[in-house]
Design a protein. Structure first.
Length: 66
């Protein structure tokens, strides 16, 4: 397993964690059960995290730190 593979797995794991936390936060914020907002919040957190990775990759090119 190369360093790039390890960073890829860490990026996916962080995106999943961010999605989970956003879904839980949205559920708690609106006073509903977390499961009602979990899927939408999960996707939103996942997409925002990957958008951030995309911006970092574009800014640094091959020298991207992540």
């Amino acid at each position: 397993m190369t360093t790039r593979d390890i960073f890829h797995r860490l990026r996916v794991g962080l995106a999943l964690l961010a999605g989970f936390l956003v879904g839980k936060l949205l559920g708690g914020h609106f006073g509903h059960h977390a499961s009602e907002f979990f899927i939408g919040g999960f996707m939103l957190g996942f997409l925002l995290t990957h958008a951030l990775y995309w911006v970092i990759d574009r800014a640094f090119g091959r020298r991207a730190p992540l």
